[in-house]
Design a binder for this molecule. Structure first.
Ligand SMILES: [Zn+2]
Length: 352
């Protein structure tokens, strides 16, 4: 069940931060450990007080986010993370003001909205999220924030609507949770772009023609990328078609185009690079002989380095992107560039 909050004051904002932390804490630790829970509560209360102090002195700004200059008369879009921010820009172009929540370099699973974020969410005409558990699911930070500002449900769109989820499994092959990384599969990107277009038309029908035109060009590009993925992967010798990464982020993409996958850990929010996980991957590598390993742009490189040292299989010298696009002005700063970058290094790495 979602808890209802009204954030009209600083104290309520802090309450949300504390609730978020407690929720995360509950998931990671033994629920029955009351003493620890109380200790954590106290710790976060203190942090809350510190936050008040920062806000009073006006120091609580968000320097990482370069805000677009808002144009009056435009609709206001809020996006949950960088890939959707880029998609919104591509399809709305100059008809919307886009404000993004989770910046590059920050984990979208366990984000804590800042005062600016909450203000923007309150004023938004439309809000886009990935869904599929990326933003913590039904009781995660995103829906909690939306609820707290009394946003209307009909203004919130999960762009993965209509995508069949794939599930992460534990060691005993038991289903655990939805893998949120569907967007690394270009065919899912197409569905997300279509959903975004349709949502924009719904909330801003006056600009329907513009959104349709922009989306058509964008979808054409994504369809070409889909073909490119299939061609490039088909051109890799069969015994070399295996993608080894740190996180199991490429499940959708590899199953779609016929690659085998191997990884150190299932998802970034769980335990990362335990001795058992590393041992497991080393065994898989000895069995399947991948030509190369791929390191993601946003993970600790040490676990994969250990695997590389133990097996003698080298890590490809360019990073693969799994959770975000690069900062604006850098090489991989759009979703289209991310998809093209990934397939280029996969093809090169596995063909060498
Ligand atoms: Zn990830």
């Amino acid at each position: 069940m979602l808890l209802k909050y009204k954030i009209k004051s600083v104290s309520n904002l802090i309450k949300i931060n504390i609730e978020n932390k407690i929720m995360i804490f509950k998931r990671k630790n033994d629920l029955n450990d009351k003493e620890n829970l109380m200790r954590n509560k106290r710790r976060w209360s203190l942090l809350g007080l510190l936050l008040v102090a920062l806000m009073v002195f006006g120091a609580c700004s968000n320097d990482d986010k370069v805000e677009d200059t808002d144009i009056e008369g435009n609709i206001n879009i809020v996006t949950s993370f960088t890939i959707i921010e880029d998609m919104a820009h591509q399809i709305a172009k100059d008809k919307a003001n886009v404000y993004n929540l989770v910046p590059t370099g920050t984990d979208p699973h366990e984000y804590e909205p800042l005062p600016d974020d909450i203000k923007k969410a309150e004023d938004a005409d439309v809000l886009f999220l990935n869904g599929m558990n990326l933003e913590g699911g039904e009781s995660g930070w995103f829906y909690k924030m939306v609820d707290s500002v009394n946003q209307k449900e009909e203004n919130v769109f999960e762009l993965n609507e209509g995508v069949t989820p794939k599930y992460l499994t534990d060691e005993a092959e038991q289903v655990e949770e939805i893998n949120p990384h569907s967007f690394l599969d270009p065919q899912v990107g197409i569905i997300m772009a279509e959903n975004l277009r349709d949502a924009l038309i719904k909330v801003d029908p006056d600009n329907k023609d513009e959104y349709e035109k922009n989306a058509e060009e964008y979808l054409k590009e994504l369809n070409e990328i889909d073909k490119l993925y299939q061609e490039e992967i088909n051109s890799i010798p069969k015994e070399r078609r295996i993608l080894v990464t740190s996180e199991r982020a490429f499940q959708y993409m590899t199953e779609r185009y016929g690659l085998d996958e191997a990884y150190v850990w299932e998802i970034d929010t769980e335990e990362l690079g335990t001795p058992e996980q590393i041992k497991g991957l080393i065994e898989t590598i000895r069995e399947k002989n991948p030509p190369v390993l791929f390191l993601e742009s946003n993970v600790d490189k040490r676990p994969l380095e250990t695997v590389s040292n133990e097996t003698g299989v080298k890590i490809y010298d360019e990073a693969i992107y799994s959770d975000e696009i690069g900062q604006k002005g850098y090489e991989v700063d759009t979703y289209v560039k991310l998809l093209k970058h990934n397939i280029r290094i996969i093809k090169d790495g596995l063909s060498e």
